[in-house]
Design a protein around this ligand. Structure first.
Ligand SMILES: Cc1ncc(COP(=O)(O)O)c(C=O)c1O
Length: 405
């Protein structure tokens, strides 16, 4: 079973800040106001940036100006690709430097895949909900989206199979670990079942994996790309954004040889190459793990915040709401009873001084209005408690004004 296919133009105009009634624009205004508690963003807590090691890495990069301040190659500096290949966090897939393409964040990996793989009108199968900026960038290539039914373990293999038969998609886009926006993780059994369907139908997969370094509980799970036969059918996207810092704007893609050259040409056309200074700094950083600050404290604190949000949130939400319990990543996802509209709830929350992202932007079918995304990583536990108090008051005011009669 599948739900809704939408064109990309309404989605883009809907989600780009700038129209007078844009909730995103209002949200951006809100979260920059002093005293506001924002559960809206998806950014790391700057407290845990590995500043000393990053500073040393940039210094080392600038110590080689003849290379680091020069033009580079579109596929990325070999020095960086070699150490990325050696360090690749995905077990079980032998990877050489030439299998990798350095990108300006994994967002650019998505854009390049859209450029290379998607013709206007092609269908992409996605999870419901899914990452907003993937919908936006694939939408720029003219993709149409079909949301495949999901449960707590992610995409349902039978629904995937019937959607492939019905829509003949160009590719499937998945975020298997600590998904943005739902916080969900696809179990190992589910990953195997999904891979079986993709292999049997010869369907290409984009496996977007920005969050796997942010694990607070549960086991580390193998990437779908590493399962037998999948490496030649998967573009695996990873990034420094969540593990080191998003401002570095570096990611990498492990892509099948069949599309690698086309991606390099597309990248050349878009930006020639990613920043050389950043690439040499990243290569130095990876080559010197002895300089790194341990991740232990960050993961412990993020995990506690996740737990606090999951504990507090239910009291703010109406009876019958469902909240995910993520094992990692940055987000919790709440589904309220159908009568509730979180786009309409947002101004009530803003008046109370708390922000969240209404879920409609993350659904293919943007008429779904009863969901919301909340990020826990940047707020201390007492701010999470206070933010939920404010949300509770906002929900009460919304109910009194919008749901009576
Ligand atoms: C699922 C997903 N993919 C890709 C990205 C883009 O990340 P990057 O900063 O590497 O471009 C994000 C950022 O939040 C994300 O959540």
């Amino acid at each position: 079973m599948t739900t809704g296919v939408t064109e990309f133009i309404p989605r883009l105009s809907r989600n780009f800040a700038g129209t007078e009634d844009s909730p995103v624009r209002a949200l951006l205004d809100l979260v920059s106001r002093p005293g506001v508690i924002s559960f809206a963003g998806g950014i790391p807590d700057p407290e845990y940036f590995d500043l000393e090691a990053i500073r040393a890495a940039y210094q080392a990069s600038l110590d080689r100006p003849e290379r680091s301040l020069q033009y580079s190659s579109s596929e990325g500096e070999r020095e960086l690709r070699e150490i990325l290949a050696a360090n690749l966090t995905v077990e079980g897939i032998p990877t050489q430097a030439d299998d990798l393409l350095v990108t300006t964040g994994s967002q650019q990996g998505l854009t390049l895949m859209g450029q290379v793989m998607v013709d206007p009108g092609d269908v992409i199968l996605v999870e419901d909900p899914t990452y907003l900026a993937a919908l936006q960038t694939f939408g720029l290539s003219g993709a149409r989206f079909v949301a495949v039914d999901c449960d707590e373990e992610g995409m349902i293999p039978d629904s995937l199979e019937s959607s492939i038969a019905e829509h003949d998609p160009k590719l499937v886009y998945l975020i298997p670990s600590y998904q943005n926006p739902s916080g969900r993780t696809m179990s190992m059994q589910r990953r195997r079942a999904v891979a079986d369907v993709l292999l049997a139908t010869g369907t290409m997969l984009i496996e977007d994996d920005p969050y796997s370094s942010l694990r607070y509980s549960g086991e580390a799970l193998d990437a779908i790309c590493s399962l037998d036969g999948m490496a030649e059918q998967t573009a695996l996207l990873q990034t420094f954004s969540k593990s080191v810092a998003p401002g570095i704007r570096l990611g990498w893609a492990r892509v099948p040889s069949s599309i690698r050259d086309a991606m390099i040409v597309a990248k050349q056309a878009i930006d020639l190459h990613s920043s050389t200074v950043d690439q040499y700094a990243a290569a130095y950083y990876l080559a010197h793990p002895e300089t790194h600050r341990s991740d232990e404290e960050k993961l412990r604190v993020y995990g506690e915040r996740c737990h606090a949000m999951a504990r507090e949130l239910p009291r703010a939400l109406p009876a019958g709401s469902r909240v995910t319990t993520p094992q990692g990543g940055m987000f919790l996802w709440a589904e309220l009873p159908e009568a509730y509209d979180t786009d309409t709830l947002l101004p009530y929350a803003m008046r109370e001084g708390v922000g969240f992202v209404p879920g409609s932007s993350f659904h293919v079918d943007t008429s779904i209005r009863n969901t919301m995304r909340l990020s826990f990583v940047t707020n201390a536990e007492e701010d999470i408690v206070e933010g939920v108090n404010r949300l509770q008051r906002a929900v009460a005011a919304y109910e009194a004004e919008q749901l009576q009669g």
